[in-house]
Design a protein around this ligand. Structure first.
Ligand SMILES: [Zn+2]
Length: 225
């Protein structure tokens, strides 16, 4: 896909996410990794609903601004996830209500923030890690993400929002949506004693769809280093 086409895709998905109320105001950001090692990133203080393809920040492989507006100050998040997930081509970060709500609940397991509720959550988002609260733009959040050693493509930042990597922009967007909807299901069903997928049902999905779930790393013998 040409760079101009990719710029348009960022704007199209950004508008779609914004119009569905998945990230308010000027929150949220999207990045794409290009073939030359550089990136396209949404600008700082830009609403995802009103992006201009020509003003998207173009960075070189060293992260220097080549053209467009000043990039989002949440660059360290994106950089850390690209660094630890070699296959990632796109990253979506939102301030989506249900995913943010989930991060504040006391029972959340930081290595599996959501239980296995639906097959599509596992197939698109995998399992989700939760990292502690950091001030927006704090470079320390990058260390927290690196500390996950690339095992997770979806990460929740406490009291802030999800950061999700995909091998395409579409994959990253769909995974973020799946994470948000699954967080919503969790909140709807909390304290109602719902039936989640059983370990056998999860193993069946892992085998049939070749899922790369952190909780199955120890059992399948693969090296995901
Ligand atoms: Zn944010």
């Amino acid at each position: 896909m040409s760079e101009s086409r990719l710029r348009e895709e960022i704007c199209r998905y950004g508008r779609s996410l914004f119009e569905r109320g998945l990230t308010p105001g000027s929150s949220g950001n999207i990045s794409l990794r290009l073939d030359d090692g550089g990136w396209l990133v949404t600008p700082t203080n830009a609403s995802l609903g009103f992006l201009d393809p020509a003003r998207i920040s173009r960075l070189d492989s060293a992260g220097r601004l080549v053209s467009g507006d000043k990039p989002t100050k949440e660059i360290p998040l994106h950089a850390a996830l690209y660094e630890s997930r070699g296959s990632a081509r796109a990253i979506v970060h939102l301030h989506s209500t249900h995913a943010v709500a989930l991060t504040m609940l006391p029972e959340i397991d930081p290595r599996a923030a959501l239980p296995p509720m639906t097959p599509y959550y596992l197939m698109r988002a995998g399992e989700t890690a939760l990292v502690p609260y950091y001030r927006p733009g704090d470079p320390a959040v990058a260390d927290a993400i690196r500390g996950l050693a690339g095992k997770y493509s979806s990460v929740l930042l406490a009291n802030h929002g999800p950061v999700v990597a995909g091998d395409s922009l579409e994959a990253a967007v769909f995974a973020t949506e799946e994470l948000e909807e699954t967080a919503r299901l969790y909140l709807l069903l909390r304290n109602l004693n719902p039936r989640y997928l059983t370990p056998d049902q999860v193993s069946d999905l892992v085998q049939n769809f070749g899922l790369d779930l952190p909780s199955h790393h120890d059992h399948d013998g693969h090296d995901h280093g």
